[in-house]
Structure formats: C-alpha cells, structure tokens
Ligand binder design. Sequence first.
Ligand SMILES: O=C(O)c1ccccc1N[C@@H]1O[C@H](COP(=O)(O)O)[C@@H](O)[C@H]1O
Length: 256
Amino acid sequence: MKDGCKVKICGITNLEDREMTAAAGADYFGVIVDVPYSPRTLNRETAAGLLKDAPLDGVALVFQQDLQQIKHLVEFCQPQAVQLLNPVPLDWLRELKGSFPEVSWWQSLFLPAAGIAAPHLNIEELRHTCETATGLCSCLPHPNIEGLRLQMQELATAGADAVILDTAVKRAGKTRFGGTGQTSNWELACSLVETSPLPVFLAGGIKPSNIKVALDAVRPDGVDLCSGVEVRPGRKDPAKLRELIDLVRIWEKENN
Ligand SMILES: O=C(O)c1ccccc1N[C@@H]1O[C@H](COP(=O)(O)O)[C@@H](O)[C@H]1O
C-alpha cells in the first residue's frame, strides 16, 4: 500500500460539523464555494470563516470560476487545497501552481456510474459548460479510459497535486458532474489508479456500508465523500462519520 488512505469529508457547511469531522479523524474537510447546483454551496465569506483556523486541512471546491476569480478565492479564503470541479486550461493550472505553490491543486475527473461499462458522458454538454464559464477551455475531458490516462499525465506535468475520480450521471436529460451520491465504475477507477502519476481520491456514493468493498476494489490514495455521512444535505451524521473513518483506518492496518 502507498502512504495510507486519506479521508476527505466534503460539503461542510458549519463549524460544528467541521469540528466533528476533525474529531472523527478525517484528513481534510471540503467546502463548496459558489456552486449553484449544490445544496451545500456557501458564499466566499462563510467558506473563509470555516477555512480559517481549522483543526484540519481545508479544501475549497470551485466550479466555473475564471482564473482571476480562482486567484481571488485563494487569497480571500486561504484554503490548503483547491478542488477544480470543471477542467481548466493547463496553462491556468501552471500559473496557479506558480502563484500559489503552497496550495495543493486537485482536479475532479468523471467516470460513468457503476454498471455502465463504456464512458457515456455528454462531452458536448461539459464543453458548453466550460466555454460558457471560462471563455475557453483547452483541457476537455477525454471520452475514453486511455484519454483519461493521458489527461492525468498532462495534469501532473502542469502542476496538479491530485485527482478526484467522481461519478457523472445523466438525469432528466442533463449530465450531473459530481455530488451524485452514486458510485462509479470501480473497475475503470482501479485501472486508472494503477497507472496514475498523481495520488487519486475515489469519490461518488461512498458510505460506511460500501467503503471496504471500495477500498479493496480500487486501492485509491484517498476517499472523498459527502452524502454518505449525512443526516440531510449539509448536515453530517456523527455516527456515520465515525464509522466510516474507523473502517478506513482498520482497512489501512489490514493492508499495510
Ligand atoms: O457535494 C455536493 O453537493 C457536490 C455538488 C456538486 C459537485 C460536487 C459535489 N461534491 C463532490 O462530490 C463528491 C461525491 O459526493 P457524494 O459522496 O457522492 O455525495 C464529494 O465528495 C464532493 O467532492
């Protein structure tokens, strides 16, 4: 095994849950900043308040921000890591890493849901999303597994520090990228972990009841989850949180 399995608990919306997440033994907490389609989204002021003086490392998750907006967010919120939900041009990534070398830069990539063998994502939809947001996007997701492998190499060269493999799901004719509560195709995820030049976090529908199977199947460097340890969107469940993290720590010991 590599250096254990990191745990990121995402979608923290309040101080109580942040403290609970730290006490349960997580490595990172995530705040979702200005992501309109998330029920856990926060404005910058609230996110900055949670990231300040935190007892564990904080990750700001951003979507459809341009280069200047991302820079301002880092200066204002001072996260330890930024998770880019949509792909950004590689030269942005180079510039961001150059300007903020102390910040970890994580890129979300998307796999089809469990049971769906071939990547089926609506690439045109994401292309449109990216172009609408940023004016240009030279780093579009590749619609097949070899393309994703290549993209991970490109991200590593440009200065990314980690990738998150999350699930994309088509609902009511629209593709939703991340925060779906659904597991992805873990065979594809495992194959990507094996060749990745970067640490890989597995995300998408992870919860206490499937964490061991997920870790056995994919052997990622970390896991990233949200809805699987909640009472309701935006409020964490202390018992589920502890159970999940205890199971990861047991798995680490058994696989050391
Ligand atoms: O959690 C959200 O609300 C969210 C919304 C939009 C995009 C991403 C989001 N969260 C990220 O998705 C993963 C997986 O979520 P889940 O465990 O399947 O509920 C989560 O860890 C966040 O990184």
